[in-house]
Design a protein. Structure first.
Length: 322
Protein backbone atom coordinates (compact mmCIF):
# COMPACT_ATOMS: atom_id res chain seq x y z
CA UNK A 1 0.00 0.00 0.00
CA UNK A 2 1.26 3.53 -0.77
CA UNK A 3 2.57 5.41 2.21
CA UNK A 4 0.71 8.40 3.50
CA UNK A 5 2.61 11.63 2.91
CA UNK A 6 4.73 12.73 5.87
CA UNK A 7 3.81 16.38 5.39
CA UNK A 8 0.52 18.13 4.66
CA UNK A 9 -0.18 18.91 1.03
CA UNK A 10 -1.63 22.13 -0.33
CA UNK A 11 -5.34 22.01 -1.09
CA UNK A 12 -5.15 23.90 -4.37
CA UNK A 13 -8.91 24.24 -4.71
CA UNK A 14 -9.42 25.78 -1.27
CA UNK A 15 -6.38 27.99 -1.75
CA UNK A 16 -7.91 29.36 -4.94
CA UNK A 17 -11.23 29.96 -3.18
CA UNK A 18 -9.47 31.92 -0.45
CA UNK A 19 -7.44 33.96 -2.93
CA UNK A 20 -10.55 34.88 -4.89
CA UNK A 21 -12.52 35.64 -1.74
CA UNK A 22 -9.75 37.89 -0.42
CA UNK A 23 -9.39 39.71 -3.73
CA UNK A 24 -13.13 40.36 -4.17
CA UNK A 25 -14.38 40.68 -0.58
CA UNK A 26 -11.39 42.32 1.14
CA UNK A 27 -9.63 44.23 -1.63
CA UNK A 28 -12.79 45.27 -3.47
CA UNK A 29 -11.71 43.76 -6.77
CA UNK A 30 -14.46 43.16 -9.33
CA UNK A 31 -15.14 39.65 -10.52
CA UNK A 32 -13.93 40.64 -13.99
CA UNK A 33 -10.63 41.93 -12.59
CA UNK A 34 -10.20 38.82 -10.45
CA UNK A 35 -10.83 36.59 -13.46
CA UNK A 36 -8.09 38.38 -15.39
CA UNK A 37 -5.65 38.32 -12.45
CA UNK A 38 -6.01 34.58 -11.83
CA UNK A 39 -6.52 33.51 -15.45
CA UNK A 40 -10.09 32.32 -14.96
CA UNK A 41 -13.46 32.95 -16.56
CA UNK A 42 -15.92 35.27 -14.82
CA UNK A 43 -18.30 32.31 -14.48
CA UNK A 44 -15.61 30.35 -12.63
CA UNK A 45 -14.97 33.28 -10.30
CA UNK A 46 -18.69 33.66 -9.59
CA UNK A 47 -19.11 29.96 -8.82
CA UNK A 48 -15.99 29.95 -6.65
CA UNK A 49 -17.23 32.86 -4.55
CA UNK A 50 -20.54 31.10 -4.02
CA UNK A 51 -18.65 27.96 -3.02
CA UNK A 52 -16.54 29.98 -0.57
CA UNK A 53 -19.72 31.27 1.09
CA UNK A 54 -21.26 27.79 1.17
CA UNK A 55 -18.17 26.35 2.89
CA UNK A 56 -18.08 29.14 5.43
CA UNK A 57 -14.75 30.47 4.14
CA UNK A 58 -16.48 33.82 3.68
CA UNK A 59 -18.85 34.95 6.39
CA UNK A 60 -20.60 38.29 6.18
CA UNK A 61 -21.65 40.13 9.33
CA UNK A 62 -23.80 43.25 9.01
CA UNK A 63 -23.51 45.29 12.21
CA UNK A 64 -26.44 47.69 12.27
CA UNK A 65 -29.84 48.16 13.90
CA UNK A 66 -31.22 47.83 10.37
CA UNK A 67 -29.71 44.38 9.77
CA UNK A 68 -32.65 42.36 11.20
CA UNK A 69 -35.01 44.54 9.15
CA UNK A 70 -33.12 43.82 5.93
CA UNK A 71 -33.39 40.11 6.65
CA UNK A 72 -37.13 40.44 7.28
CA UNK A 73 -37.55 42.31 3.99
CA UNK A 74 -36.02 39.41 2.07
CA UNK A 75 -38.16 36.89 3.95
CA UNK A 76 -41.35 38.84 3.25
CA UNK A 77 -40.54 39.09 -0.47
CA UNK A 78 -39.79 35.37 -0.70
CA UNK A 79 -42.83 34.31 1.34
CA UNK A 80 -45.41 36.43 -0.49
CA UNK A 81 -43.90 37.17 -3.90
CA UNK A 82 -43.49 40.89 -3.25
CA UNK A 83 -41.49 43.19 -5.51
CA UNK A 84 -39.97 44.86 -2.47
CA UNK A 85 -40.52 45.43 1.23
CA UNK A 86 -39.47 48.14 3.65
CA UNK A 87 -39.35 47.25 7.35
CA UNK A 88 -38.84 50.00 9.92
CA UNK A 89 -36.82 49.13 13.03
CA UNK A 90 -38.49 49.30 16.43
CA UNK A 91 -36.09 49.86 19.34
CA UNK A 92 -37.07 50.40 22.96
CA UNK A 93 -40.51 51.16 24.33
CA UNK A 94 -40.88 54.80 23.27
CA UNK A 95 -41.80 55.00 19.61
CA UNK A 96 -44.66 56.21 17.45
CA UNK A 97 -45.73 53.56 15.00
CA UNK A 98 -47.26 55.93 12.45
CA UNK A 99 -44.11 58.05 12.48
CA UNK A 100 -41.80 55.06 11.93
CA UNK A 101 -43.82 53.55 9.09
CA UNK A 102 -44.70 56.93 7.63
CA UNK A 103 -41.06 57.97 7.46
CA UNK A 104 -40.19 54.67 5.71
CA UNK A 105 -43.03 55.20 3.24
CA UNK A 106 -41.93 58.79 2.62
CA UNK A 107 -38.40 57.65 1.78
CA UNK A 108 -39.73 54.94 -0.50
CA UNK A 109 -42.09 57.33 -2.33
CA UNK A 110 -39.32 59.89 -2.91
CA UNK A 111 -37.31 57.20 -4.71
CA UNK A 112 -40.23 55.53 -6.49
CA UNK A 113 -41.87 58.72 -7.75
CA UNK A 114 -38.52 59.94 -9.09
CA UNK A 115 -38.67 57.18 -11.73
CA UNK A 116 -39.62 58.73 -15.05
CA UNK A 117 -41.76 55.78 -16.12
CA UNK A 118 -44.13 56.47 -13.20
CA UNK A 119 -46.51 59.03 -14.71
CA UNK A 120 -49.78 58.49 -12.83
CA UNK A 121 -49.84 57.65 -9.12
CA UNK A 122 -52.82 57.02 -6.85
CA UNK A 123 -52.94 58.05 -3.19
CA UNK A 124 -55.34 56.88 -0.51
CA UNK A 125 -55.73 58.38 2.97
CA UNK A 126 -55.02 57.57 6.60
CA UNK A 127 -52.59 58.31 9.44
CA UNK A 128 -49.61 56.54 7.90
CA UNK A 129 -50.01 58.05 4.43
CA UNK A 130 -50.48 61.46 5.98
CA UNK A 131 -47.24 61.02 7.95
CA UNK A 132 -45.39 59.95 4.79
CA UNK A 133 -45.94 63.38 3.27
CA UNK A 134 -44.33 64.93 6.36
CA UNK A 135 -41.10 63.00 5.87
CA UNK A 136 -40.80 62.85 2.08
CA UNK A 137 -38.07 64.93 0.45
CA UNK A 138 -39.35 67.16 -2.38
CA UNK A 139 -38.71 66.06 -5.97
CA UNK A 140 -39.33 67.79 -9.30
CA UNK A 141 -41.80 65.80 -11.42
CA UNK A 142 -44.01 68.25 -13.37
CA UNK A 143 -44.81 65.37 -15.76
CA UNK A 144 -46.34 63.33 -12.91
CA UNK A 145 -50.00 63.34 -11.83
CA UNK A 146 -51.22 62.36 -8.37
CA UNK A 147 -54.84 61.22 -8.11
CA UNK A 148 -56.87 60.32 -5.04
CA UNK A 149 -58.18 56.75 -5.24
CA UNK A 150 -60.81 56.69 -2.49
CA UNK A 151 -63.83 58.72 -1.58
CA UNK A 152 -63.44 61.26 1.21
CA UNK A 153 -64.61 61.31 4.80
CA UNK A 154 -67.53 63.55 5.69
CA UNK A 155 -65.54 65.07 8.56
CA UNK A 156 -62.82 67.59 7.73
CA UNK A 157 -59.36 66.25 8.51
CA UNK A 158 -55.78 66.50 7.30
CA UNK A 159 -55.97 62.71 7.01
CA UNK A 160 -58.55 63.01 4.22
CA UNK A 161 -57.77 62.01 0.66
CA UNK A 162 -58.00 65.53 -0.78
CA UNK A 163 -55.49 67.06 1.63
CA UNK A 164 -53.00 64.18 1.35
CA UNK A 165 -53.23 64.11 -2.45
CA UNK A 166 -52.62 67.86 -2.63
CA UNK A 167 -49.63 67.71 -0.27
CA UNK A 168 -48.01 64.85 -2.18
CA UNK A 169 -48.50 66.65 -5.50
CA UNK A 170 -46.95 69.80 -4.04
CA UNK A 171 -43.93 67.81 -2.83
CA UNK A 172 -43.47 66.42 -6.34
CA UNK A 173 -44.22 69.67 -8.18
CA UNK A 174 -46.82 67.51 -9.94
CA UNK A 175 -50.36 67.83 -11.21
CA UNK A 176 -53.18 66.41 -9.12
CA UNK A 177 -56.82 65.39 -9.47
CA UNK A 178 -59.51 64.11 -7.13
CA UNK A 179 -61.95 61.25 -6.95
CA UNK A 180 -64.88 63.30 -5.65
CA UNK A 181 -67.17 60.79 -4.04
CA UNK A 182 -68.14 59.50 -0.62
CA UNK A 183 -66.78 56.09 0.33
CA UNK A 184 -70.19 54.44 0.44
CA UNK A 185 -73.47 54.95 -1.37
CA UNK A 186 -76.74 54.89 0.55
CA UNK A 187 -77.70 51.52 -0.92
CA UNK A 188 -76.64 49.03 -3.56
CA UNK A 189 -79.21 50.48 -5.93
CA UNK A 190 -77.93 54.04 -5.55
CA UNK A 191 -74.38 52.78 -5.97
CA UNK A 192 -75.31 51.15 -9.28
CA UNK A 193 -76.87 54.40 -10.50
CA UNK A 194 -73.80 56.46 -9.55
CA UNK A 195 -71.33 53.96 -10.98
CA UNK A 196 -73.13 54.02 -14.33
CA UNK A 197 -72.54 57.77 -14.77
CA UNK A 198 -70.00 58.75 -17.45
CA UNK A 199 -68.09 61.09 -15.16
CA UNK A 200 -67.72 58.34 -12.57
CA UNK A 201 -66.60 55.77 -15.14
CA UNK A 202 -63.98 58.08 -16.64
CA UNK A 203 -62.42 58.74 -13.23
CA UNK A 204 -62.35 55.05 -12.33
CA UNK A 205 -60.78 54.16 -15.66
CA UNK A 206 -58.10 56.77 -15.02
CA UNK A 207 -57.30 55.30 -11.60
CA UNK A 208 -57.09 51.83 -13.13
CA UNK A 209 -54.35 53.13 -15.45
CA UNK A 210 -52.19 54.23 -12.50
CA UNK A 211 -48.63 52.94 -12.49
CA UNK A 212 -48.86 52.53 -8.73
CA UNK A 213 -51.07 53.35 -5.76
CA UNK A 214 -50.42 53.71 -2.03
CA UNK A 215 -53.01 52.23 0.33
CA UNK A 216 -53.51 51.85 4.06
CA UNK A 217 -55.36 48.92 5.60
CA UNK A 218 -57.83 49.18 8.47
CA UNK A 219 -58.36 46.76 11.34
CA UNK A 220 -61.69 45.93 12.97
CA UNK A 221 -61.17 47.91 16.18
CA UNK A 222 -59.80 51.43 15.86
CA UNK A 223 -59.30 52.24 12.19
CA UNK A 224 -60.16 55.67 10.84
CA UNK A 225 -62.88 54.12 8.66
CA UNK A 226 -64.52 52.38 11.61
CA UNK A 227 -64.33 55.57 13.64
CA UNK A 228 -65.43 58.21 11.13
CA UNK A 229 -66.38 56.64 7.81
CA UNK A 230 -69.15 54.08 8.33
CA UNK A 231 -72.73 54.76 7.19
CA UNK A 232 -75.03 55.34 10.20
CA UNK A 233 -77.30 52.43 9.25
CA UNK A 234 -74.52 49.85 9.35
CA UNK A 235 -74.20 47.66 12.43
CA UNK A 236 -70.51 47.02 13.12
CA UNK A 237 -71.31 43.80 14.97
CA UNK A 238 -72.80 42.37 11.79
CA UNK A 239 -69.54 43.05 9.94
CA UNK A 240 -67.62 41.29 12.73
CA UNK A 241 -70.04 38.38 12.49
CA UNK A 242 -69.39 38.07 8.75
CA UNK A 243 -65.79 37.03 9.47
CA UNK A 244 -64.14 40.29 8.42
CA UNK A 245 -60.56 40.85 9.61
CA UNK A 246 -60.24 44.41 8.26
CA UNK A 247 -60.73 46.59 5.22
CA UNK A 248 -58.94 47.93 2.17
CA UNK A 249 -60.45 50.84 0.20
CA UNK A 250 -63.68 50.37 2.19
CA UNK A 251 -64.03 46.67 1.31
CA UNK A 252 -64.11 44.26 4.23
CA UNK A 253 -62.16 41.03 3.73
CA UNK A 254 -61.97 37.60 5.27
CA UNK A 255 -58.72 36.03 6.50
CA UNK A 256 -58.02 34.53 3.06
CA UNK A 257 -58.41 37.86 1.27
CA UNK A 258 -61.91 37.41 -0.14
CA UNK A 259 -64.82 39.81 0.23
CA UNK A 260 -67.02 38.89 3.17
CA UNK A 261 -70.72 38.35 2.56
CA UNK A 262 -72.05 41.65 3.88
CA UNK A 263 -74.14 44.42 2.23
CA UNK A 264 -71.48 47.06 3.01
CA UNK A 265 -69.25 45.64 0.27
CA UNK A 266 -72.01 46.27 -2.28
CA UNK A 267 -72.10 49.99 -1.47
CA UNK A 268 -68.43 50.92 -2.03
CA UNK A 269 -67.87 53.74 -4.53
CA UNK A 270 -64.48 53.36 -6.15
CA UNK A 271 -62.20 50.74 -7.58
CA UNK A 272 -63.39 47.17 -7.41
CA UNK A 273 -61.21 44.77 -5.45
CA UNK A 274 -60.03 42.78 -8.53
CA UNK A 275 -58.75 46.06 -10.03
CA UNK A 276 -55.84 45.89 -7.58
CA UNK A 277 -54.58 42.74 -9.31
CA UNK A 278 -54.04 44.71 -12.53
CA UNK A 279 -52.10 47.66 -11.08
CA UNK A 280 -48.33 47.34 -11.47
CA UNK A 281 -47.35 48.36 -7.94
CA UNK A 282 -49.84 48.35 -5.07
CA UNK A 283 -48.00 49.78 -2.06
CA UNK A 284 -49.48 48.70 1.27
CA UNK A 285 -48.37 50.78 4.26
CA UNK A 286 -49.62 49.27 7.51
CA UNK A 287 -48.27 48.23 10.88
CA UNK A 288 -49.19 47.23 14.40
CA UNK A 289 -50.14 43.81 15.72
CA UNK A 290 -53.82 44.75 15.46
CA UNK A 291 -53.40 44.91 11.67
CA UNK A 292 -51.61 41.59 11.21
CA UNK A 293 -54.82 39.73 10.14
CA UNK A 294 -55.73 42.22 7.37
CA UNK A 295 -52.10 42.50 6.21
CA UNK A 296 -51.91 38.71 6.00
CA UNK A 297 -55.22 38.61 4.13
CA UNK A 298 -53.98 41.08 1.50
CA UNK A 299 -50.60 39.36 1.12
CA UNK A 300 -52.38 36.01 0.77
CA UNK A 301 -54.61 37.51 -1.91
CA UNK A 302 -51.47 38.43 -3.84
CA UNK A 303 -52.44 41.94 -4.91
CA UNK A 304 -49.66 43.75 -3.01
CA UNK A 305 -46.41 44.63 -4.77
CA UNK A 306 -44.67 46.58 -1.99
CA UNK A 307 -45.17 46.28 1.77
CA UNK A 308 -44.08 49.05 4.15
CA UNK A 309 -44.38 47.97 7.78
CA UNK A 310 -42.52 47.72 11.08
CA UNK A 311 -40.26 45.07 12.57
CA UNK A 312 -42.75 43.65 15.09
CA UNK A 313 -45.53 43.40 12.51
CA UNK A 314 -43.25 41.76 9.95
CA UNK A 315 -42.23 39.10 12.47
CA UNK A 316 -45.87 38.39 13.35
CA UNK A 317 -46.94 38.21 9.69
CA UNK A 318 -44.13 35.75 8.90
CA UNK A 319 -44.86 33.71 12.03
CA UNK A 320 -48.46 33.23 10.90
CA UNK A 321 -47.20 32.17 7.46
CA UNK A 322 -45.56 29.04 8.93
Amino acid sequence: MPRAPKTNTVDAEEQLLVRLAWACEMEGMTQAAAAEKFGLTRLRVNKSLREARARGIVRVAVNSVYAPCAELEWKLCNAFGLKTASVAPIAGEQFDLHTMIGSSLGQYLASYLSQRDVRLFGMSWGNTLNMATRFMQPINRPDLEIISVMGGLSKGSDLNSFEITTRLADLCNAEHSYFTSPIYAGSRESRDILVAQDVFQSTIEKIRRADGIALAAGDMQKSLLIKDGMPPDIDLESIHASGAVGDIMGYFLSANGDLVDHPINERVLGLELPDLDQIENVILAAGGLNKVPIIRALLTRGCVGTLVTDEHTALAVLDQAK
